[in-house]
Design a protein around this ligand. Structure first.
Ligand SMILES: *Cc1c(COP(=O)(O)O)cnc(C)c1O
Length: 335
């Protein structure tokens, strides 16, 4: 079975399993786990922030950020198809008491400065006031689009003009950095906090990082505890995270495989396949996406239903060029 459903399905390497066994550990709620402390320092360094916090999941990282940046009852500006708005169980309302105001980021999920100015509301006796802008890079639902540092800065600067902080959902930040050929810190510079996942293309079995200023991370640490995310000898899961950070350059392979997959699939007349920017390939199917995915599974290939007539293929380190060829052939038999 070739599994293209998500880049979260990778199995940890032997080196990661050894690192887990050998990790130096302590009680991280006391700040005494040396491996977690190393991971947090290294992560902050890579994205160019003062500090970082290890969190169990990307979802928790985003939710902690929203809660930390805002006051209950405020509005948060989110892209209409963003993960934080669409795929996190309404957590902004449940965990932070926030009301979401959506912005349509168009085909690529790019939020413009004008849209931020239009969406912003001043607090008065009728309006809640805007407390946060959330951006996403790469943008998952838009097909893994890699949004440039200039575009991120334009939206973030507009929010800052109103005194509104900015959180970046960078679950696949390093995919964006690889595709744009810039250091990740360039994409993080304009914002106040960033979350990125170790457990996706970087290949760790578990974990995400939340990064920002020292003060922000100190506050976020308390919220992590509040949300039940304070972990003890977490060095055993942070150790493969440290190795995952060294997998950044191999994301280029995933992007090349995604391009090869899109080319192969695009050759079938029945399918529309936009050119992928990173490791996500979107396929528009002529009929039901569900039936397509089911038929494909019978041919030994897994993909995700992404809409009534949309299917998502994700490349990652457990699918190589041969798996891509097998997938193209399998889709051929289905269409
Ligand atoms: C996967 C993902 C998340 C959440 O990460 P989990 O670790 O699965 O909770 C957040 N944002 C985006 C854009 C994602 O793709």
């Amino acid at each position: 079975m070739h599994d293209f459903r998500s880049d979260t399905v990778t199995r940890p390497s032997d080196a990661m399993r050894e690192a887990m066994r050998d990790a130096d550990v302590g009680d991280d709620v006391y700040g005494e786990d040396p491996t977690v402390n190393d991971l947090e320092a290294r992560a902050a360094d890579l994205v160019g922030t003062e500090a970082a916090l290890y969190v169990p999941t990307g979802t928790m990282g985003n939710q902690i950020a929203a809660r930390t940046h805002t006051d209950r009852g405020q509005e948060v500006l989110v892209e209409r198809e963003s993960h934080i708005y669409k795929w996190e169980l309404g957590g902004l309302a449940q965990h932070a008491g926030l009301q979401a105001r959506t912005i349509d980021g168009g085909d690529r999920g790019v939020v413009t400065a004008d849209q931020v100015h239009d969406g912003y509301v001043d607090a008065d006796s009728h309006r809640p006031g805007t407390g946060l802008l959330c951006l996403e890079n790469t943008h998952n639902s838009k097909g893994g689009t890699a949004i440039s540092a200039d575009d991120i800065a334009a939206a973030a600067d507009a929010a800052h003009d109103h005194g509104v902080p900015v959180h970046l959902d960078g679950a696949r930040l390093f995919n964006a950095a690889a595709a744009l050929d810039v250091p990740a810190s360039d994409l993080v510079d304009p914002v106040d906090s960033v979350m990125f996942c170790l457990s996706k293309g970087l290949g760790a079995p578990v974990g995400s990082m939340l990064a920002g200023s020292e003060q922000f991370i100190e506050d976020a640490r308390r919220v992590r505890k509040l949300f039940g995310g304070g972990m003890r000898q977490a060095g055993v899961i942070a150790a493969p995270g440290l190795l995952a950070l060294e997998n950044r350059s191999r994301l280029h392979e995933d992007h090349a495989n995604a391009r090869q997959l899109a080319e192969g699939l695009g050759a079938y007349d029945a399918l529309t396949v936009p050119e992928p920017e990173t490791n996500i390939v979107i396929v528009e199917t002529p009929d039901s996406a569900e039936a397509f995915v089911e038929a494909l599974e019978a041919e030994g290939v897994l993909a995700s239903v992404f809409g009534p007539q949309r299917v998502r293929f994700c490349t990652h380190w457990d699918v190589d060029g041969e798996a891509v060829e097998a997938a193209v052939d399998a889709v051929g038999r289905v269409v």
